[in-house]
Design a protein around this ligand. Structure first.
Ligand SMILES: C[S@@+](CC[C@H](N)C(=O)[O-])C[C@H]1O[C@@H](n2cnc3c(N)ncnc32)[C@H](O)[C@@H]1O
Length: 268
């Protein structure tokens, strides 16, 4: 069976995914709590049907099931899904697991979910982001929510920092680039602008209700201030409070590393 580099990469790193994320202070203290709070804003108060597409090791699915929702978890990487299955069995939760590419989800019926999400960049990693979003919209009921978080085009800053001016221009123009990772297994990704995301959502019958950088400000702080926030509980809480109050401005989102977009599927 042919495997894309993105699938090979996630198969190889699946067993380390949870540990590396839990031990990463940026992820565990800043990114994940903010992403969770943002997601919570879009969740209905009563139990609902949720698709966690590109859900990997099930970090989001397990939380959603724990707070009472009925969840279907999909991913392209069977190794990621194996890790998720082990956690699902250990917790006894009723999450349904399905291996598929977000661009093609024939196992899922039209209009079946109240909320469909792809957190942590799966849409950036897909071969065709437009097709992936169209699939998420297809399986979501009219009036339901689609929530995605993607890589932002500010990633071009790394090429600029390396004085790779031509590559920076290409990334800024097209959004297409390769991920760099410690495993030295590059895979193609698409980095979005806020404008592009707004247009993509509109073309796919979605009314955008929120565009937010996650986090909006942290990467702009000097390293010393970032360390202080990691190490001091009061500073961490004050920082997160600023994010909660002020991140909700699309202008900030464009300069953030990750952009989360929430859209509601139109009734027509
Ligand atoms: C960074 S991980 C995020 C996992 C999970 N959503 C989270 O936030 O913890 C990205 C996930 O997207 C999956 N993925 C990448 N391309 C995909 C595709 N075309 N269809 C489905 N899943 C995909 C990867 O296998 C991986 O599990």
């Amino acid at each position: 069976m042919h495997k894309e580099p993105v699938e090979i990469y996630h198969d190889l790193t699946a067993r380390d995914f949870d540990r590396s994320h839990d031990e990463d202070q940026y992820y565990s203290k800043i990114y994940e709590p903010l992403a969770r709070e943002n997601l919570r804003r879009s969740l209905p108060t009563t139990p609902c049907n949720i698709l966690d597409a590109g859900g990997g090791s099930g970090r989001w699915s397990l939380w959603l099931a724990e707070i009472g929702h009925k969840v279907v978890l999909t991913d392209i990487s069977s190794a990621m899904l194996e890790v998720a299955q082990e956690k699902i069995r250990a917790t006894g939760s009723a999450i349904k697991v399905l291996r598929c590419d977000i661009c093609e989800m024939p196992g899922l019926a039209d209009n079946q979910f109240d909320l469909s999400m792809a957190q942590g960049d799966p849409i950036s990693y897909c071969k065709d982001a437009s097709r992936a979003l169209a699939e998420l919209v297809r399986v979501t009921r009219p009036g339901g929510c689609v929530v995605v978080s993607v890589d932002s085009r500010i990633k071009a800053i790394k090429a600029m920092a390396a004085m790779e001016w031509q590559r920076a221009k290409e990334i800024l123009t097209t959004g297409d680039m390769f991920s760099t990772n410690p495993q030295n297994m590059p895979f193609r990704l698409h980095a979005f602008t806020v404008t592009e995301l707004g247009e993509l959502f509109a073309r796919n019958n979605l009314q955008v209700t929120r565009i937010v950088g996650i986090p909006a400000f942290f990467h702009l702080l000097p390293l010393k201030a970032q360390q202080q926030i990691f190490n001091n509980a009061d500073d961490l809480e004050n920082y997160l409070e600023i994010e909660r109050q002020f991140a909700d401005e699309p202008g900030w989102a464009g300069a953030a590393n990750h952009i989360q977009v929430v859209g509601v599927k139109n009734h027509t």
